[in-house]
Design a protein around this ligand. Structure first.
Ligand SMILES: Cc1cc2nc3c(=O)[nH]c(=O)nc-3n(C[C@H](O)[C@H](O)[C@H](O)COP(=O)(O)O)c2cc1C
Length: 365
């Protein structure tokens, strides 16, 4: 019986050419154990946590491959100093955040938010990279930036190197940095996203990439999308939004957020810089609307916006401030409206893609 396959399966030792990004250890392990390639989003984790969490995933998946993803934007401050960054935040922005706290009666957080647990800096990035290099993880993926020396060291440790890009212009730089695989991530995608739609983007990146394998990200939700990705010349897909409503991921989600994601259609996401300072697609909520309203300040650059809003974002979830609760999510959220285990999501994708590919010859005569 024929089944979904692409050359990348043999190259990386996986069953299906389906890569799954998640910020949750058990979701990542479940994606790998279901025959895909799980990738752990670790950019907001302390180096010691990265070490421990990658070891946990290894235990859960055995010899099967999995990856880790760090966001390594250039131009971050050298030191992990919150005070230095706070001193540069304009008073008008602080006033706006205080106005949100008063308007929604948000009590103070008892622990720092995800974005303010530490402040993104070159110093902490180096330690995170070290933790990854010393781990047994099979892939080093870069969400933003792909420094050549880091890619070289990762390859020396036998790790596959991969970068997410959103424009054909990014291909030469990524290839020169030593990246071995590319993710062409289109505008539909959840979280940090560029302006080019997935369909417009992918064939351009495939052409520019030559022999470098390309995965499609942004809007992939069904087996039909997977078949289309292969038809566009990619070797597989890279999915993020699909796993948010997996059973495994629920430990990581606020129940109000889960309810909002279940109810959302593809038109219910917006792109805002109010989350991190970089363009970020998320579910529409009071949060995104407040930052779009007349008189709202323009969000600051990363990491200033992180510091400005990080504690408040943490407090919103800690104290169940319903209107402001939200998360990153892509336009594909419209296809997901129930919580299901990862293996069911995967089985459905594979069955549908297999079926579509089997029927393809009928389009020739
Ligand atoms: C909630 C959320 C958070 C994300 N965070 C990151 C991240 O930290 N690093 C990264 O490289 N990609 C991140 N992504 C993007 C995914 O890696 C992936 O490219 C994207 O979700 C694919 O599009 P889709 O959402 O339409 O499946 C995130 C996506 C979501 C939904």
């Amino acid at each position: 019986m024929q089944e979904l396959w692409s050359p990348i399966c043999d190259q990386l030792g996986i069953q299906y050419p389906i890569f799954g990004f998640a910020h949750d250890v058990s979701t990542v392990a479940a994606i790998t154990n279901a025959g895909g390639y799980g990738v752990y989003g670790a950019t907001r984790r302390f180096p010691q946590e990265i070490k421990e969490e990658l070891a946990t995933i290894r235990k859960l998946v055995g010899d099967k491959p999995f990856g880790v993803d760090l966001v390594l934007p250039p131009g971050m401050p050298e030191h992990n100093s919150r005070a230095a960054i706070e001193a540069e935040i304009p008073q008008g922005h602080k006033d706006f955040v205080n106005h949100l706290i008063e308007k929604y009666r948000v009590p103070e957080a008892t622990v720092p938010g995800m974005r303010t647990r530490f402040i993104r800096s070159a110093e902490i990035e180096r330690e995170q990279i070290q933790a990854v290099l010393e781990s047994s993880v099979d892939m080093f993926a870069c969400g933003i930036g792909a420094p050549a020396d880091v890619m070289r060291q990762a390859k020396e440790q036998g790790k596959t190197t991969l970068a997410l890009i959103g424009s054909p212009h990014h291909v030469p730089r990524a290839v020169a940095a030593g990246v071995e695989m590319l993710v062409a991530q289109g505008y539909d995608a959840g979280a940090h996203t560029g302006p080019i739609g997935t369909y417009s983007l992918v064939p351009q990146i495939v052409d520019a990439a030559g022999d470098i394998p390309v995965l499609v990200a942004g809007g992939v939700a069904t087996g039909r999308h997977i078949a289309a990705a292969l038809a566009m010349g990619a070797v597989g897909v890279w999915m993020g939004t699909a796993w948010l409503l997996s059973e495994e991921h629920q430990g990581h989600m606020h129940p109000v957020n889960t309810a909002k994601l279940k109810a959302a259609g593809s038109a219910d996401t917006v792109i805002t810089r109010s989350e991190s300072g970089k363009t970020f697609r998320q579910i529409r909520s009071g949060w995104s609307q407040e930052w779009e309203a007349d008189g709202a300040p323009s969000p600051l650059k990363m990491p200033y916006q992180d510091v400005l809003v990080g504690d408040l974002l943490g407090a919103i979830e800690e104290h169940d401030i319903e209107p402001l609760i939200h998360s990153g999510a892509g336009q594909s959220i419209g296809y997901f409206n129930e919580v299901k285990p990862v293996h069911e999501i995967m089985e459905r994708l594979v069955a549908e893609a297999t079926d579509v590919l089997r029927r393809q010859p009928s389009y020739l005569r």
